[in-house]
Design a protein around this ligand. Structure first.
Ligand code: ZN
Length: 393
């Protein structure tokens, strides 16, 4: 076994960045799942796994495995259409570096975490939540199916048996501003937040914008405006600083300068790490919509609620990461925090205990070419991950 080698870790992060790197002006990369760049990166990764003494396996979903010991460490190496160099890559290359120094570790790069076809598709398939045959029918925005796309990376083996692993650790950039703003070096994740969403339709009376007196209007857009205010008021006493909600997608009808809007459709989405608070937020949002519709004389339709439950990180894995963080960093330079973004760990939690570690994102920027993290913080992240892995061995 070799010692932990931070310089080699950074060099390999840059080597991976070169596969799909698009400009000298920034560090951004484009490696959409199963694109030629993604396939090249995954074949390169399989070579690194073999060289590190791990057994490389590319499974039928395009997940790349370096099989070794029972502690699985990983993330993903596919990117957004305009991706950063660290989103996913950090967790995979850190896993490789830890595996070189610790025989108890296996490494994985899950496929299509960034949702060219679904969302966290590769880990969803491996976890059993999404049958491969169903995944094959998923299509990207150009109509290419997962089943067709995955021929670009032929499998070299079957899906590894989850029973060979005891736990999963994922290091990832925070993709938000909390650590960077506080000047902190690391975050031990407590939970991945749950998400709920409803589709709302408010219907009023479409009419002429010049001849309809103001007091006779039944304006659907007024309902949306009131709903935005009413939801904010209703959530004031329920939300924590970590709770978020968004009116995201809006369709106004007829969306014309000279027509009083007759109908508006919009989504309301909210996220929190606690299921009970998601319930209370939902009740408050639905009550606020009822009140707005009644006072603006609009007809209200609300869809069933869709979403994902929050996923708690395993307490023992959190403690191992926290103990390692306390050893690597001075007290006060790291924190426990929820993850507002979805990760492969969500799916893996169906199979085994999971834990996550965050590195700061400069300016909180992610899913953009400008995404970056100070190299000293990347090395801190690696050292904490290695420390946690040693404690769990
Ligand atoms: Zn990611």
């Amino acid at each position: 076994m070799a010692d932990l080698d931070p310089d080699r870790f950074l060099a390999e992060l840059h080597a991976l960045r070169a596969i799909g790197g698009v400009s000298d002006a920034h560090k951004g990369v484009v490696r959409r799942a199963f694109s030629p760049e993604d396939v090249a990166a995954r074949l390169w990764l399989a070579e690194q796994f073999a060289e590190a003494g791990l057994e490389p396996v590319i499974d039928p979903a395009g997940n790349v495995w370096g099989l070794g010991g029972p502690l699985l460490i990983g993330s993903h190496t596919d990117t957004q259409p305009e991706g950063g160099w660290l989103d996913g890559a950090l967790g995979v290359i850190a896993g490789l570096a830890v595996a070189r120094a610790n025989p108890g570790v296996s490494v994985v790069s899950f496929q299509d975490e960034e949702g060219r076809f679904g969302a966290t598709t590769g880990s969803e398939i491996w976890s059993g939540a999404l049958p491969l045959a169903e995944a094959d029918a998923l299509t990207d925005l150009d109509g290419v199916s997962f089943g067709t796309a995955r021929r670009a990376l032929p499998a070299t083996g079957d899906f590894p048996d989850p029973a060979r692993f005891a736990a999963y650790l994922e290091a990832h950039i925070e993709q938000g501003p909390v650590l960077d703003t506080a000047g902190e070096r690391a975050g031990v994740v407590t939970a991945i937040v749950g998400l709920r969403q409803i589709d709302v339709t408010l219907t009023g009376r479409q009419n002429h914008a010049g001849t309809t007196p103001m007091h006779l209007r039944v304006d659907a857009l007024r309902g949306l405006s009131d709903a935005d205010h009413a939801i904010r008021d209703a959530l004031r006493n329920i939300a924590t600083p970590q709770s978020v909600w968004t009116i995201g997608h809006v369709q106004l009808h007829p969306n014309a300068p000279s027509a009083v809007p007759g109908r508006v459709r919009f989504t309301v989405q909210w996220r929190d790490a606690e299921a009970g608070r998601l319930d209370r937020m939902e009740a408050a949002i639905r009550d606020a919509l009822d009140a707005v519709a009644a006072s603006a004389r609009l007809a209200l339709e609300v869809s069933e609620t869709s979403g994902l439950p929050p996923v708690a990180m395993d307490p023992d894995l959190q403690d191992a990461l926290a103990a390692a963080a306390a050893e690597v960093e001075a007290p006060g330079a790291w924190r426990r925090m929820p993850s507002g973004a979805l990760h492969d760990a969500t799916n893996v939690s169906r199979l085994m205990p999971v834990g996550m570690l965050f590195a700061p994102s400069i300016g909180g920027i992610s899913h953009a070419f400008e995404e970056d993290t100070a190299e000293a913080d990347l090395v801190t992240c690696l050292r904490i991950l290695a420390g946690a892995a040693a404690r769990l061995a």
